[in-house]
Each structure stands twice: as structure tokens, then as C-alpha cells.
Design a protein around this ligand. Structure first.
Ligand code: TRH
Length: 380
């Protein structure tokens, strides 16, 4: 596959937060690095991008980053040549002039919509199906997913091996944590917390503070900080702040680049994540985790949550599965989770084993970038 000299265009509109750019940036880099493809990434908002890739110059229309041609998606679209493969991420609307350019090509491009991640069963039936047509150009649905028959998950080559080595290397972990100014108290469990605002947080922090075992909670800058500050009884929090309440140390971290965030997840005993991309990365960390799902209208996110839980807890004993279900559902509903946390702790070795087994099982699937390339090869 590596000698394919096809040109790929990926379109990303940043709806909110970091998931849209997080997924497309990861995918673009991987298509270049592992499949030697020529990739342009069109992004409408470079500021979100800059947070996870500080080299981004938000003032220029075109730049190269890690072999990817990053283009600022202009509000006024001037003529651009359409690529051989066009990916519209998360149902974003392509510029009409670009759609015409696609239709004018002698050989129409492969046009795909890279959809949101869901564990629901219907995804298997819809993955790869034709969607709408624009003139001669057919669009296809491409669904990431956890089950065979879906497009899989983003996973770079050798990721799980790198993760395993890092988790076995105490010195490398210490060096990494040092680089972020994290000095783990002896015997403290490390927890990372990346979540949306959550009224259930206080009950969790109460329990962690009152625990016999120490906890070091690492909170990257972001939307949950207000709730953390409220619980601590401080006006605001900034990067580097360290607060101790009984057994709980709370430290605010900077927003780091994606690779560093991976290493942070690999160091932690437990990761609270959100959205889509950090959720997947926590699974690759192979450690117990908690998902704050992105809220959608009419509570359709709750179906997604339950669909994932059904798969993820399949190998657990009924008691451990119940504990996980309780914890995850309460967290995503903004309800108190203190008791659910204590309940989950009773099943810790089982939850640890399950996280590792789940990760290895998912690692057997073709990764999403490889599945996209395979889809293209089958299509031509
Ligand atoms: O930021 P998110 O909530 O993003 C999204 C968007 O809201 C999107 O519109 C929605 O559709 C989707 O959720 C479901 O969460 P996510 O997906 O985890 O993206 C965060 C990205 O930020 C991910 O790529 C990891 C990255 N990241 C860093 O690079 N450094 C950091 O320090 C942290 C905390 C995250």
C-alpha cells in the first residue's frame, strides 16, 4: 500500500472543543507516515489546532506540519483541484466550488463521510454504504467502530507495543512526569481528569479526599476546572496550581500535544476522558477508565453509552459489570458518583484485567487509517 501516490483531502470544521481537529489531525499524520500518501488537511479554525500542535501558525493560509499540508479553509473558496480521495469529517459540508471540482474530474474521486464513533449495532450494517450523490460523484458512509465490519479505531502502527514498554519502564515514566512538573507522592494512585462540566464531580473528590490511600489527580486545563475550583473553595485555577485536601492532591496541567497526552494516560492508574478521541486513547492505555460522553439532543448519547458499556463489560462478572454501568451512567448524567466509585474499587483487579483484554482485542482489528486505504483500493 505504501507506493500509492494518491492525493487525499480531509475536511474538518471545528464544531466545538477539540475532537474534530483531534481526530482529523491524527488521521492525516498517519496516512502520511504509514501509507506515504499526499494529504491536505482543510481546517476552518486553526486556534483549536494550535492547542494540540503549538507549531501551527494561525495566520497563514497554507503550511506543512509533519508531512501534512495544512490549509486554512477559506470563507471565500477559490478554485482548488479536487483530490483522488475526499474525506468530509463528521458530516461537514464541502464548499460548493470544491464539489464542482470533484464532479469535473475525469475520474471522480472517492468521497467519504467519516462519521462519529458509536458502538451501536446499526453501525455495522451502515458502514461502507453509499450515501448521497453529487452529479457523478458518489459519497459513502465510513463508520469507525469497535466491532468487526466497522471501520475500526485510529491506532498508529506499534502503538500498543510502545505503550507496553513505557508502562514497564519506571524511569521513563518518572522522566515524563517530571517534564510536566508532576511529583507523585509515594504510593499515590494517579488519576487523569479530562471532562466537561460535571455536577457529579464533588462527590467523587469528597471520597478521594477521605480515602485511606492517597490520590494525585491531574487535571489538564479545560472545562471541568470550574467544578474543581468550586470543590477546592478557590476562585479560579491555573496551570501549575497544586492543592492538597486530606488524601487528595489536585494538580492543574497544561494542555499538551497529543503524543504527550497519550503518555499521560499510560502513566495513570485511572483515566477520566470525554468526547471521542481521548476516549479511544484511554482504551489504548489499557487501564480502567471513565467516559464523559458528549451530550446530544433528545438524549441519544445515552443509547451510545449503553451500547459501548454492553460491549466493554461483556467479560466482567455481573457484580463488576454492574459497578461499571453504575459509575459510567451516573457520571454522564452529572449525578453523584462517590458511592459508585467505592463500589468499582471493590472490583479493581478485575477492572484492570478487563481494560487490558479489551485493548488487546480491539488491537486485533484493522486500524481506521488502514481500513480507509483498503476501502479505496477495493473501490478502484
Ligand atoms: O474535546 P472533545 O470534547 O471533542 C469532541 C468535540 O466536542 C466534537 O464536536 C464532538 O463531536 C466529539 O467530542 C464527540 O473530546 P475528544 O474527542 O476527546 O478530543 C480531545 C482531543 O484533545 C483529543 O485529540 C486529545 C486531545 N488532547 C491533547 O492533545 N492534549 C491534552 O492535554 C488533552 C487533555 C487532550
Amino acid at each position: 500500500m505504501s507506493d500509492l501516490k494518491t492525493r487525499w483531502d480531509i475536511f474538518c470544521t471545528v464544531v466545538d472543543n477539540y475532537g474534530d481537529i483531534g481526530v482529523t489531525w491524527r488521521l492525516a499524520r498517519q496516512l502520511v507516515a504509514e501509507h506515504s500518501l499526499t494529504v491536505r488537511l482543510w481546517v476552518d479554525d486553526l486556534r483549536a489546532f494550535e492547542r494540540m500542535c503549538p507549531e501551527i501558525n494561525i495566520h497563514v493560509a497554507q503550511q506543512w506540519q509533519e508531512g501534512v499540508e495544512v490549509c486554512h479553509w477559506p470563507s471565500e473558496w477559490t478554485q482548488a483541484q479536487a483530490a483522488d480521495v475526499v474525506i468530509a469529517a463528521f458530516a461537514c459540508q464541502l464548499p460548493p466550488a470544491y464539489m464542482d471540482a470533484m464532479a469535473e474530474r475525469q475520474q471522480p474521486p472517492l468521497w467519504m463521510n467519516l462519521d462519529y464513533l458509536s458502538a451501536e449495532d446499526w453501525v455495522v450494517g451502515c458502514h461502507g454504504l453509499p450515501s448521497v450523490k453529487y452529479k457523478s460523484v458518489q459519497k459513502f458512509f465510513f463508520f469507525p467502530g469497535f466491532q468487526p465490519g466497522t471501520g475500526g479505531l485510529l491506532r498508529e502502527r506499534g502503538l500498543l507495543e510502545r505503550r507496553r514498554q513505557f508502562q514497564q519502564d519506571a524511569a521513563a515514566q518518572r522522566q515524563f512526569l517530571d517534564s510536566l512538573g508532576i511529583v507523585r507522592a509515594p504510593g499515590a494512585q494517579l488519576i487523569s481528569l479530562f471532562a466537561y462540566e460535571n455536577t457529579g464531580l464533588a462527590s467523587w473528590l469528597d471520597v478521594l479526599a477521605a480515602d485511606d490511600e492517597p490520590t494525585h489527580l491531574l487535571v489538564p486545563e479545560g472545562r471541568i476546572l470550574g467544578d474543581v475550583a468550586h470543590w477546592l473553595g478557590v476562585d479560579s485555577l491555573a496551570v501549575g496550581d497544586l492543592n492538597v485536601r486530606q488524601a487528595l492532591t489536585v494538580q492543574v496541567l497544561p494542555f499538551v500535544r497529543q503524543d504527550q497526552y497519550d503518555h499521560l494516560l499510560w502513566c495513570c492508574d485511572f483515566n477520566a476522558v470525554r468526547g471521542e478521541d481521548s476516549f479511544v486513547r484511554a482504551q489504548w492505555a489499557g487501564r480502567p477508565m471513565l467516559w464523559h460522553i458528549y451530550q446530544q439532543d433528545e438524549d441519544i448519547h445515552l443509547d451510545k453509552l449503553d451500547a459501548f458499556l454492553a460491549l466493554y463489560t461483556k467479560g466482567l462478572s455481573p457484580a463488576a459489570a454492574e459497578a461499571m454501568n453504575g459509575l459510567w451512567r451516573a457520571w454522564s448524567a452529572g449525578q453523584p458518583i462517590g458511592d459508585h466509585w467505592l463500589n468499582a474499587r471493590k472490583h479493581w483487579p478485575e477492572l484492570q484485567k478487563n481494560a487490558e483484554v479489551w485493548c488487546l482485542e480491539q488491537g486485533l482489528q484493522a486500524d481506521l487509517a488502514a481500513a480507509l486505504v483498503r476501502f479505496y483500493l477495493n473501490w478502484i
